[in-house]
Design a protein around this ligand. Structure first.
Ligand SMILES: [Zn+2]
Length: 443
């Protein structure tokens, strides 16, 4: 054989060998998927997640997916199935928190925490907080910013089952203006203090920042559209980015298949962000009538994060939150109650979110009773805000958010009926994520 033909022959042989190896590994993987564990969960009541309920139900889970949901009387239990009896319990889709800071420390301290802690602290806190969050029945979270890509790493290691935790969708870092909510202000210009997010100004720099965040693993982009509570030197009702900058971020993120979420308290910054095309407004505290109409028109969501503001006012001092932050929270509180209730009642889409940070991790479900009280919502509505509505906001409603055949087996159980007493969601006794049981206690 001539050398050139020999090389061609070797290449062909190598190619067929590789192909056969691939085919073999594919079929063996498929074989193991077919022999996946079958679990049957029997419950008195099921809240589907789409506003409907069913009584005396069996759910069949094969591998990581739900395969059947129906009346226990009509469902045949497959041979060798692991049967879990959850009588006197209500089963519902795994809860979803659309605004967490999973890598934050348990002793908050506000924006000053960046002087003491960095990404390595965040990585370790993240492992602890992720487990607390999952044990509390939250099987999915959308993280709204961390330091040094700690949330990207945590997301990946949870996916690889190195550590337990919820499914994570991460922002990596927030984008904010010089002197704004993502910056640390009020210190000497001679000290170089890192921001609590990425401090970036100007459309071109923002485009590069979006590309950089996506390059290193961001699932969505978080932008800071107004001042915030935990920052000094800015006001909650002042817009921060220009229209041009907001548009650049949404356009660049959209090109890369990413949604943009915008922190906004004040009405002007909120409206500018919605006009630019963000998917959700985080907080939304001072939304006005024009903002309500605009959000409805665009189908944008509010992620309300109500509980944390009440807690900053009540416990901020003992948790080391600076006085300027506590004062901002007090000043905004009354107006916020009126504005948020109006937005909810007038039909703006809402998705559940807590801003979990400090010691709020694992107490996420306490937000439900505050939502009912502040927004005038029903228990069924707030459960939908934390399941199907949240899944729709994330763009994964075809995979999760309701208990239907074919979807990921992410489900939880609580004793009694949370439609009668929403605080039962704070007493989760069973947690399954992707068909795997992470919690099962008697209560
Ligand atoms: Zn936040």
């Amino acid at each position: 054989m001539k050398p050139r033909r020999f090389i061609a022959y070797t290449a062909r042989t190598l190619r067929s060998f590789l192909y056969l190896t691939l085919l073999w590994s594919f079929t063996t993987n498929n074989a193991s998927a077919q022999s996946d564990q079958v679990t049957v969960i029997k419950a008195d009541k099921v809240i589907i997640g789409d506003g409907t309920t069913m009584n005396s139900v069996s759910l069949v889970v094969i591998g990581d997916r739900i395969s059947e949901v129906g009346p226990s009387a009509s469902i045949e239990i497959p041979l060798g199935a692991n049967v879990i009896d959850l009588s006197n319990h209500t089963v519902l889709p795994g809860l979803m928190d659309m605004h967490t800071h999973i890598n934050s420390s348990d002793h908050d301290g506000g924006d000053m925490s960046v002087l003491r802690e960095h990404g390595a602290h965040g990585a370790i806190y993240g492992v602890v907080n992720a487990e607390k969050t999952l044990q509390a029945g939250f099987t999915t979270i959308r993280n709204a910013g961390a330091l040094h890509y700690a949330d990207v790493a945590l997301r990946d290691l949870i996916t690889q089952e190195v550590v337990p935790g919820p499914r994570m969708y991460v922002a990596a870092a927030s984008l904010g203006i010089t002197g704004g909510h993502s910056d640390v202000n009020g210190w000497s210009p001679l000290i170089d203090i890192p921001g609590t997010g990425m401090v970036v100004d100007g459309p071109d720099n923002l485009r590069k920042a979006v590309r950089t965040l996506v390059k290193f693993g961001a699932d969505h982009i978080k932008i800071v559209a107004t001042g915030g509570i935990l920052s000094s030197g800015d006001a909650v009702d002042h817009p921060q980015y220009s229209d041009e900058e907001l548009r650049a971020v949404v356009e660049e993120a959209g090109r890369l298949g990413r949604k943009v979420i915008a922190h906004a308290h004040g009405a002007e910054g909120l409206k500018a962000a919605v006009r630019a095309g963000v998917a959700s407004i985080e907080h939304g505290s001072l939304i006005d009538d024009e903002g309500i109409e605009l959000m409805k028109e665009k189908g944008a969501f509010i992620v309300p994060t109500l509980l944390i503001l009440d807690e900053i006012i009540e416990f901020g001092e003992e948790r080391g939150i600076p006085d300027y932050s506590i004062q901002k929270a007090i000043e905004m509180s009354g107006l916020r109650e009126i504005a948020m209730k109006k937005a909810y009642q007038k039909g703006v889409r809402f998705a559940f979110g807590t801003d979990a940070s400090g010691d709020l991790h694992g107490r996420n479900a306490q937000e439900f009773k505050v939502m009912i009280k502040t927004l005038g919502a029903t228990p069924m509505q707030v459960i939908q805000n934390a399941t199907s509505d949240a899944a729709e906001l994330l763009g994964i409603l075809d995979q999760v958010g309701t208990l239907e055949p074919g979807k990921w087996a992410d489900l939880i159980a609580v004793p009694g009926n949370p439609l009668d007493d929403i605080t039962l969601l704070e007493k989760v006794s069973f947690v399954m994520k992707a068909g795997k049981i992470y919690k099962h206690v008697d209560n």
